[in-house]
Design a protein around this ligand. Sequence first.
Ligand SMILES: [Fe+2]
Ligand SMILES: [Fe+2]
Length: 186
Amino acid sequence: MSVVNAMTADFLRSAYGGESMAHMRYLIWADVADAEKMPNIGRLFRAIAYAEYAHADNHFRVLKGQVGDFTVPAGAVFGIGKTVDNLQGGIDGELHEIDQMYPVYLETARFQNEKAAEKAFHYALEAEKVHAKLFKEAQNVARDGKDMDVGSIYVCNICGHTETDHLPDQCPICGAKKEAYKEFKA
Ligand SMILES: [Fe+2]
Ligand SMILES: [Fe+2]
């Protein structure tokens, strides 16, 4: 399955760009968390970075028929602060995706009957809701200078669903079996 309508294709490219940059900055912020002796928050950033990779991968694959060079405008948060500030950057980025970007992209894909894009946007939108919640939980403890108390973190490699402390039997977003989850070990 690929994409035929120009506007959905533009949105896929922008979402690919946004997810690619989110992936990268979360890895950078993970190193900052490690340096601040918050290895669990570092691990959370790495797990969520992997989920953003899964989103970028989905968008890129839907675009497989759109061969060529493009300049891709995409939203991105910049800056390296303390972990508590970086987590705010994470929250802001995720909320932008949840409240603005993905709902609009999703409705456009639906309107243009782009089934593969619709699925990719739906997966990302639902996974980002979990990410925003996890970053808020992490920030609440980071504010007191503490690390997050969290066991293994599991990420669905199909849709990016992210679960802490226990491996789901089935992904609540995409329905994948538990074998689809990548573990970020405590
Ligand atoms: Fe996310
Ligand atoms: Fe999933």
